[in-house]
Design a protein around this ligand. Structure first.
Ligand SMILES: [Zn+2]
Length: 494
């Protein structure tokens, strides 16, 4: 244990207790608690820093001199490294990153909340459930995709979709909204209904839901691209409903919201679709930001799991990025291509959906691409949009750059500065209410790691966790007695 780090945590705890970190500056009213009752974690899948900057310019009002702030600019507090366990190098996938964010444990790429020995590790959601809190996920991918799966379940591989879907029967999660009908057979759905779940396949029915438990499967796999349904506002609608349902629990809740398809658009190197997904994710963040303003006992933390595509704002040596091109596009390149293939006089319709009329030379290229089918035409349209907007990409996969961290609400200063993605989970876990302690203080020998089960609370797996646990104890004891506890009273049982 490094004394300086412990002292800094102690002083941070003391500052939190006195309210000096936020009472005047961040939250305003003195009534804000030092520890959140509710936690909302939002993950922009693949949302590296370039996406956040690009979104600012995408949102810029061309009729004003200044470049307007986005919700991301408003809530930025720090950044996070995303590297997985050494066995997978420096570049993470969504499963290892989500495991880090959900459990505080680094693992191999593809792992769903199991460690490098494939042993399940307890998740934030499971620990919240043990405390009587409600839990929920709202995502734009299938609900059993890597990120939500790592918060709710365990599997040695993210690809075991059927097993993950079935495992959700035992999560006791209160709200699960997204896509994934393909993975939930009628038989499995009956089992969910027997457990008290209302299962919906039509998003329009969500409005009528007044209480948990609810499972919404609104697409075969992922939800439609936001760019193709700009009025649907699917993620922000699901987020608002999840907040409404989960807030019925007096013990509080933990909610995961994921803008899953930012990553999918990034893998496709599709800037127009990516920006529309960013906009829907930003809208969902604003829904939660508004909730936090009205419920000052709610902490919001937003981050990304990794960066996708190596997006570049400007490319080819040219100092230019034209966001107006992207704002004018009326459909995803794949949809524009599909339409163009059904029409003989396709030039006009394509120009309308693209928001600009390609030059004669550009049309020649599109012509020959169209003759090779939808896939080739889609690729050519993306290339054309990249050229017009001057957008660059370095990969169809992920990259290892750090991601940003955004937060507001009680304890949000804990997320300031640089941290690792596992720190985010450890901080969130440390902010959960304390478990009731056994009456007698019995000194037990430390358990070997092999005896760890996912249902046990065992965050003290490294030095960092030990410190966070102490900060947590100081916070909670201070909250009870209004004075910082001596450093020697450390709870090693947890
Ligand atoms: Zn990805």
């Amino acid at each position: 244990m490094k004394l300086t780090r412990l002292l800094s945590l102690v002083s941070l705890s003391a500052a939190l207790l006195s309210g000096s970190l936020w009472a005047d500056s961040l939250l305003g009213p003195q009534s804000a608690p030092s520890r959140p009752k509710n936690i909302v974690i939002m993950v922009g899948d693949g949302m590296g820093p370039a996406y956040v900057s690009a979104y600012r310019y995408y949102q810029d009002n061309p009729n004003t001199q200044e470049i307007e702030q986005t919700v991301f600019d408003r809530l930025l507090v720090g950044n996070a490294s995303t590297y997985p366990a050494p066995v997978s190098g420096y570049v993470t996938d969504s499963a290892a990153a989500a495991t880090a964010l959900a459990t505080g444990v680094k693992t191999y790429n593809g792992a769903v909340s199991v460690d490098t020995d494939k042993r399940p590790v307890p998740t934030l959601m499971e620990l919240a459930k043990k405390r009587g809190m409600s839990t929920g996920v709202a995502v734009t991918s299938q609900i059993n995709h890597a990120t939500p799966a790592a918060f709710l379940s365990h599997n040695e591989s993210r690809r075991n979709y059927e097993a993950l879907a079935e495992s959700y029967l035992n999560t006791d999660a209160d709200v699960m909204l997204g896509g994934g009908q393909r993975y939930f057979s009628d038989k499995l759905i009956k089992q969910f209904e027997a457990k008290g779940y209302q299962v919906l396949k039509d998003a329009a029915l969500l409005d009528g839901v007044t209480q948990p438990k609810v499972m919404g499967l609104f697409a075969d796999v992922q939800l439609p691209w936001a760019i193709d349904e700009p009025e649907a506002r699917r993620l922000s609608t699901m987020t608002a409903k999840a907040l409404e349902l989960l807030s019925q629990n007096e013990q509080g809740f933990v909610l995961l919201v994921e803008g899953s398809l930012i990553d999918w658009a990034g893998h496709n190197n599709d800037i127009a679709t990516a920006m529309a997904e960013m906009h829907e994710f930003a809208s969902a963040i604003e829904v939660v930001e508004q909730y936090v303003r009205q419920h000052q006992d709610t902490l919001l933390v937003v981050t990304a799991d990794h960066n996708t595509g190596g997006l570049s704002i400007g490319t080819q040596g040219e100092y230019r990025w034209d966001s107006q091109v992207l704002r004018d596009i009326g459909a995803s390149p794949s949809r524009i291509a599909a339409k163009a293939l059904t029409q003989d006089e396709w030039h006009t319709g394509l120009s309308e959906l693209l928001g600009f009329t390609p030059s004669a030379k550009e049309f020649t290229t599109l012509d020959s691409a169209r003759m090779q089918g939808e896939k080739v035409l889609t690729t050519q349209l993306k290339k054309l949009i990249d050229q017009r907007s001057n957008t660059g990409w370095t990969t169809g996969g992920h990259t290892g750059v750090d991601v940003q961290v955004f937060a507001t609400g009680p304890a949000s200063p804990l997320f300031a500065g640089h941290q690792d993605n596992t720190d985010i989970a450890n901080k969130l876990i440390s902010l959960l209410p304390k478990m009731p302690k056994p009456k007698a203080e019995v000194k037990l020998p430390a358990k070997p790691a092999s005896e760890v089960t996912p249902t046990e609370e065992t965050p003290a797996q490294n030095e960092e966790n030990g410190e966070l646990q102490q900060a947590k104890d100081l916070l909670s004891e201070g909250a009870e007695s209004q004075s910082a506890a001596p450093v020697t009273q450390v709870d090693n049982q947890a």
